[in-house]
Design a protein around this ligand. Sequence first.
Ligand SMILES: Nc1ncnc2c1ncn2[C@@H]1O[C@H](COP(=O)(O)OP(=O)(O)OP(=O)(O)O)[C@@H](O)[C@H]1O
Ligand SMILES: [Mg+2]
Length: 272
Amino acid sequence: MNLNPPANVIEVQNLTCGYGETVVLQNVSFAVRPREVLFVIGRSGCGKSTLLRCLIGLLKPFQGKVLYFEKDFTAADTNQRREILKSFGVIYQSNALWSSMTLAENVSLPLEEHTSLSAADRDEIVALKLTEVGLAGSGALYPSELSGGMKKRAALARALALDPAIVFFDEPSEGLDPITSRDMDRLILQVRDILGTTMVIVSHQLSSIFRVADRVMVLDRDAKGIIAEGKPSELAAKSSDPRVREFLRQGTNAEERSDGPSVDEKTEALSH
Ligand SMILES: Nc1ncnc2c1ncn2[C@@H]1O[C@H](COP(=O)(O)OP(=O)(O)OP(=O)(O)O)[C@@H](O)[C@H]1O
Ligand SMILES: [Mg+2]
């Protein structure tokens, strides 16, 4: 029996990143455990998407390291990098589906790029992935024919195409109504429970945080880093930072009501 605790899926060590001369995040360190659903939250402009870009290799860090399964992604050569890239799927804030391609073609794309599967095998996986996200039979549709919720699901299906260990999801509920957003939360938990996927999710949606997150990490623009980290309910009860407590307590209240304050009202709580 292996009594060793499982290794971290992601480890971020002293990461500093930004654009040109501007540092957005400075000396940030954290780890993500297997099958964990980690939410990254904070007001607009605090660097959530920037952190994600660094984690997935779209932005080169000024300093520091990102490790996947103890392998250094930051220092990886082209082949190692390609291997590591296969271990995660990404859903960008804008979904980034190709509008000239059907859903099936969108989901098939990573399989064409990263595997030598036959067209028939690819079609089978595409059908399975569409089913996993509740879009069975919608493969022939184009992104313009989809509702906002369906687009998010399709982007998730594409991110899952290569059975990644990790999924990064930038704003799963952005632009969705409360019911569709709740469905998306359910789907995220299903994917974690059935496929065992580790999830790193950027979100503004407080109700989702309480429904889905094992842990939240609060980023702050002025601090250029993490100002609080923990279970949402624990942070709401006893974070040492009043802004964090206030922000999360609105989420607790929002859970008790069927609607809740608007996203803007909620994020306002994190302003100074
Ligand atoms: N491509 C870019 N070039 C220069 N600066 C950028 C770029 N993208 C973001 N920034 C700046 O970096 C900071 C962090 O932006 P980022 O998009 O990471 O924030 P965010 O937390 O994702 O915000 P939101 O909640 O609005 O999505 C902001 O000041 C933003 O203006
Ligand atoms: Mg963003």
